[in-house]
Design a binder for this molecule. Sequence first.
Ligand SMILES: *Cc1c(COP(=O)(O)O)cnc(C)c1O
Length: 369
Amino acid sequence: MSKIGETILQLDLKALEHNYRFLRSKLAAKTKFLAVVKAFAYGSDMVTIAQKLESLGVDYFAVAYTKEGVLLRKSGIKIPILVLHPQPINFTELIDHSLEPNLYSSKILKLFLEVAKQKGQTNYPVHLKFNTGLNRLGFLENDIANIAEQLKETDELKIISFFSHLAASEDLSEKAFSLNQIDRFKKICKVLHQKLGYTPFRHMLNTSGIINYPEAQFEMVRSGIGLYGYGNSKAVDSKLVPVATLKTIISQIHKIESNESVGYNRAYKSEKPRTTATLPLGHADGIGRHYGNGKTYVSINGKNAPIIGNVCMDMIMVDVTDIDCQEGDEVLVFGQNQSAEDFASSVNTISYELLTAISSRVKRVIVNS
Ligand SMILES: *Cc1c(COP(=O)(O)O)cnc(C)c1O
């Protein structure tokens, strides 16, 4: 019998520490480390992960939205928090919680400046993002004159950093493109340093950037997926340890005859007598319907059990015909058995999507804290 008793997402803080130390070992000692903890720390447990990383000495956090940063502040996180994609409707709340916005266009800069003025701020820390090829968020090179103009004779804001984001840091067939992005970023920073008369620090690399372009680490790097144990390549994955393991149990075992069906729409039909197990895990927990019908498997007592039929909201059924198992036994979905990357790739997606989809209904259990 398993001790877990229900579906859990086990989070291993030793693994987190290992991954942090591995990534740090790729960097110069003086390079600052920003840990990206957006989306509940990639679907895990933002507060627990952030507290651990703060204790390990990370320099900065990043979240996507203001609300995520507010949660970190309310849980006692003290180090600076960059909000990567703040919405103007939240600017007051952002300032009230000492969060640091990414300002990525003249319009956003103007709106933030107004709120900072209104709230009587001086030297409020902000970050400017530049679009060097991703074409997602960011100022362009020819906005520089505008930025300088907007900031002239204002003391409400202080630019803490300039940053940009690589479009294909994990893809070495796009190396020329990435190097061009790095080059453009350097030039932009140089011109702006001169115009501003002070030198905000610079950052550009995500996890795969740290691995593939360490020469562009500048004064800080921003890592997310690597901290959680994935590195967008087999070679890097082998050096990292997955933080999250999704586990469940067997609720019920059925013996079915040939020519029976399993699950909704009778999507699975047995050609031979089969043994099936029903698990308390479904698309409402983050295992989407596309994982059904034999696309992938879970592990029970060291053996692989394919998911059969359609994934239901709260359950999946697996084939355990050749597995010695009982109701209540523990089931490994991804993490310690197959990696989240392998599980995700069975339906042509990536670990990032699978991890961040694990819903709040799944209990988080912290180990090795
Ligand atoms: C999410 C994000 C990161 C983290 O990327 P990983 O590939 O998870 O390391 C870094 N920078 C920005 C701007 C991001 O949006």
